[in-house]
Design a binder for this molecule. Structure first.
Ligand code: PEP
Ligand code: MN
Length: 348
């Protein structure tokens, strides 16, 4: 439920609403807006008697939030959320942000080399898993803390922000020490202790859609992070399971405009895991930008056949350059831009 204050309501009237909600046994979260301030009521599981709140001075109206998720909804916050990273990159604004890098950090020389190349081509965020959730327990599981240290070194040298995955709650704390964005992978989208812990770190979180998750389930998973007081959440459409065997997953591009209508949170697309095939990454990356994605996360490797994971879907550096050129044109056609490379000196 949302208590909307009258235009020009005083601070003490807002405080009175907060105090009353707390007295009623719920949590209260003031949401200042350009036109109006609202106070969100949280912690209820069912209907709340709004009579007492409607009678308070300065209250314009009380709006029930009709979705099972609250804080992620557009009803709760009308304006788009923009997540700002330490290097100045803004995700969810008018410019499209490109995150790129190998599936996994494989060693210092590899990650430093690709980081420099990606920065020169216009990426602003470096991806790379240090903890890898692999389908087989015998497959490469990542370099762990050493991988995080190598990512941090790459950030130091290039100014790129870092996004990397955490697999469990303890891992979220560790990843938060190094990364600019904590990635929660598709397999962990409904790992609620992990979602809560990532929320508690206060760091930006990249939440990937589960392999068989509905859009409502994705938004409810995000709600767990916001419920911890952390609204720096970026959603990611990364493909869902389908019956077709021609691609690894079905990249659900419709989810982008659907999420945009339901939620104020930014949403990016992952055409690498979404297709599983190098030759399909550029077309689907273009399509995701055209569909309104706030950014892309793309796997790029200097030598894909030798990659320790996901080589078949990793772009070659030259292909990444081609993707950047093409999405810049598409972004312009829909009134957006692509976050300029740090090398061109616009961010940092
Ligand atoms: C990844 O980004 O490398 C990854 C494992 O992604 P997902 O969780 O979407 O499978
Ligand atoms: Mn991967």
């Amino acid at each position: 439920m949302l208590v909307v204050m009258k235009h020009g309501a005083s601070a003490s009237q807002i405080e009175e609403v907060v105090a009353t909600i707390k007295e009623m046994g719920y949590g209260a979260r003031p949401i200042p807006g350009e036109q109006r301030t609202a106070v969100g009521l949280i912690g209820n599981d069912g209907a709340v008697d709004s009579g007492r709140l409607l009678g308070l001075d300065g209250v314009l109206e009380v709006i029930p939030v009709t979705h099972p998720y609250k804080q992620v909804s557009r009803e709760w916050r009308e304006a788009d959320t923009v997540v700002t990273l330490a290097n100045g990159t803004r995700i969810g604004g008018s410019e499209i942000v490109v995150m790129a890098g190998p599936c996994a950090v494989e060693g210092e020389a590899q990650i430093l080399d690709i980081a420099h190349r990606l920065r020169a081509m216009g990426a602003t965020v470096l991806r790379g898993g240090a903890f890898k959730p692999r389908t087989s327990p015998y497959a490469f599981q990542g370099l762990g803390r050493a991988g995080l240290e190598q990512l941090a070194k790459a950030r130091e040298e290039t100014g790129l922000a870092i996004v990397t995955e955490a697999l469990d709650p303890e891992g979220a704390d560790l990843v938060a020490e190094y990364a600019d964005i904590i990635q929660i992978g598709a397999r962990n989208m409904q790992n609620y202790p992990l979602l809560r812990r990532a929320g508690k770190t206060g760091k930006p979180v990249l939440l990937k859609r589960g392999l068989a998750a509905t859009i409502d389930e994705l938004l409810l998973a995000a709600e767990y992070i916001l419920a911890e007081g952390n609204d720096h959440v970026i959603l990611c459409e990364r493909g869902i399971r389908s019956f077709d065997t021609h691609t690894r997953n079905l990249l659900d591009l419709t989810a982008i405009p659907v999420v945009k209508a339901l939620s104020h949170l930014p949403i990016i697309a992952d055409p690498s895991h979404g297709t599983g095939l190098r030759a399909k990454v550029i077309p689907m990356g273009r399509a995701a930008v055209a569909a309104g994605a706030d950014g892309l996360i793309v796997e790029v490797h200097q030598n894909p056949p030798k990659a320790m994971s996901d080589g078949a879907q990793s772009l070659l550096p030259d292909q990444f350059a081609e993707l950047m050129t093409q999405i810049t044109v598409i972004a312009r056609a829909i009134g957006r831009g692509v976050t300029p490379s740090l090398v061109r000196g616009r961010t940092g």
